[in-house]
Design a protein around this ligand. Structure first.
Ligand code: MF3
Ligand code: CO
Length: 262
């Protein structure tokens, strides 16, 4: 098994900075979401905000096989689970849900976070999908305590989602994050308590439930990136980068207002 990198004081300080920027950019995009805007509008705003913070998008040019991701943000609408490529043809409509995924490089470290929000007024069913997915992220984070296992996070997320009648995506998982966007360990959103690596202080984990209203299966569109639910059902995605400490989990990607009040 590959070693899980533990961050020292310096690494933690840099993770804080990268994550604060990722959180600030994501937070600034939220108020732009409304019916009539295109996902390309959100991309351009995100790209400019990342630059203004002196950071770089970790998505832009990200290589997977022979392909490079062509945008600075991932914007996924309705049945799109993750890695939606922004487009000027994709207009947000009242009743849609849209997930904003922002990953930045700053000073050699990566901050990763995502949030799914309503466009205008959404159905009660979609409200519930968003609420359960957000709660599942919170419950997963709460399990990220020293001495627990990674599987404790996975089980907490899976149970909450499935108790509500939804399903967790299995084709993609959360991950360690630090000097690279993806480090060990994998943090699945399904699994069993007591399994997987033991949690130690100084781990930085991107915990990211992806929740489908229907079945858990996904497929990738011919653009090579956009992951959609196989049955076309809507999908939500919430993500925080979390630092594990002896005092418990600390969310590094809290929005700026929440950071001030801590
Ligand atoms: N948060 C996503 C992840 O952890 C970001 C992927 S960026 C992309 O995989 F370049 F792959 F789109
Ligand atoms: Co991630």
């Amino acid at each position: 098994m590959t070693m899980i990198p533990l961050k020292n004081k310096e690494g933690i300080a840099r993770m804080r900075e990268a994550c604060a920027i990722a959180a600030a950019v994501l937070d600034s995009l939220k108020p732009l979401v409304r019916p009539g805007i295109t996902t390309q509008d959100l991309e351009e705003a995100g790209r400019d905000l990342i630059a203004r913070h002196g950071a770089r998008s970790a998505c832009y040019g990200y290589q997977h096989g022979s392909r490079r991701y062509p945008a600075h943000t991932c914007i996924s609408v309705n049945d799109e689970v993750v890695h939606g490529i922004p487009s000027f043809r994709r207009v947000l409509r009242d009743g849609d849900i849209v997930s904003l995924d922002i990953v930045v490089w700053y000073n050699g470290y990566v901050g990763d976070n995502a949030y799914t929000m309503p466009v205008g007024t959404i159905s009660p069913e979609l409200e519930k999908l968003l609420r359960i997915s957000r709660e599942a992220l919170d419950l997963g984070i709460r399990q990220a305590t020293v001495g627990n296992h990674i599987g404790d996070i996975s089980q907490a997320i899976q149970r909450h989602v499935e108790d509500a009648g939804f399903s967790v995506v299995r084709d993609m998982v959360g991950h360690g994050v630090g000097v690279a966007m993806h480090e060990p360990p994998e943090v699945a959103n399904f699994g069993r308590k007591g399994t997987g690596p033991k949690i130690k202080p100084g781990m930085t984990l991107a915990i990211e439930p992806m929740v489908n209203l229907g079945g858990y299966k996904t497929k990738t569109l011919s653009d090579g990136w956009t992951v959609v639910s196989a049955d076309g059902s809507p999908s939500a995605h919430f993500e925080h980068t979390v630092l594990t400490t002896e005092q418990g989990p600390e969310i590094l990607t809290l929005p700026p207002a929440a950071q001030v009040s801590r």
